[in-house]
Write a protein that binds this ligand. Structure first.
Ligand code: OOG
Ligand code: MG
Length: 271
């Protein structure tokens, strides 16, 4: 990708951003796959992707939905290699995307869901700026909790480029928390072993050290991206730091358990 397309400056008109927002909104609502957005708009930049993502967020908030926080995406090498995209992204999380632990999660309202295990942070102080450090993130963290994200690209074949996936809210669909919450002083979140089990079989394993070097660095990256969008991360935010291993495709009937060293496990069924 040329560096111009990585720019936070936009190339699309407000009308074009609105058109793309309509497309993604309908694809997310109806769980229908669409071609990646750059096919019709090859001039689209990363900044245009975020303009579409923020317009989607405004529509949901105007409809009465509540935002709980943000997610970092494509923060580990396993995820970057799997998706062929080498630049991390962020996406918003709404309260109605949450699913309780041990619940049955429908797949008929998703296109091609995949699960990933992530360390999630809950913050107790505002974070803002382009240069937030790992230490500042840790000091602003109330607790960490293990989470599973169910991602679902709205793009055909789960194939996209950075601008398209950012417009599609970084493939966010559902998230589940569980296990044990912990203070950052009580666990070595920089090096937590994780295993994803599918129907009792281990299908992916890794260490949280794979995430941007340290999961708190992924949170710092979220703050940095938000800053470039003129936003900040308020106290009380729930932030997922990105999939540690590659994502695993799920189908009706699957049972998934993500086991986190020191933080317990997060389990769910799919129907
Ligand atoms: C993009 C979203 C990536 C993560 O944790 O890396 C993501 C995708 O892979 O579809 O959520
Ligand atoms: Mg994720």
């Amino acid at each position: 990708m040329s560096n111009d397309l990585l720019s936070m400056d936009g190339q699309l008109t407000p009308e074009q951003v609105s058109t793309l927002c309509d497309r993604v909104f309908v694809a997310q609502r109806d769980a229908t796959a669409i071609p990646k957005l750059t096919e019709d708009f090859p001039q689209m930049t990363l900044g245009d992707g975020y303009a579409v993502q923020l317009e989607l967020l405004r529509r949901h908030l105007a409809a009465g939905q509540r935002q709980v926080g943000w997610k970092a995406g494509l923060t580990s090498k396993a995820k970057m290699d799997q998706m062929g995209v080498r630049v991390p992204s962020v996406g918003w999380l709404l309260a109605d995307m949450f699913r309780p632990e041990a619940s049955v999660i429908r797949t008929d309202d998703l296109v091609h869901p995949r699960v990933e295990c992530e360390v999630a942070f809950v913050t107790k102080a505002d974070l803002r700026g382009a240069n937030v450090s790992r230490e500042e993130v840790l000091a602003a963290t109330d607790f960490v909790v293990p989470a599973v994200e169910i991602i679902d690209s709205r793009f055909t074949g789960f194939k996209f480029d950075l601008q398209s996936v950012v417009a599609d809210n970084s493939s966010s669909a559902r998230y589940v928390t569980g296990g044990r919450a912990a203070l950052v002083s009580d666990v070595d979140i920089a090096n937590l072993g994780v295993v994803i089990e599918q129907n009792g079989h281990p299908v992916a394993m890794g260490s949280s050290s794979a995430v941007a070097g340290h999961p708190a660095d992924a949170v710092a990256l979220v703050v940095k991206v938000l800053d470039s969008l003129g936003l900040s991360l308020p106290a009380g935010s729930f932030v997922m730091s990105g999939g540690i291993t590659e994502a695993i495709a799920v189908k009706p009937g699957d049972h998934i358990a993500a086991r986190f060293q020191a933080l317990g496990h997060v389990a769910m069924h799919f129907s």
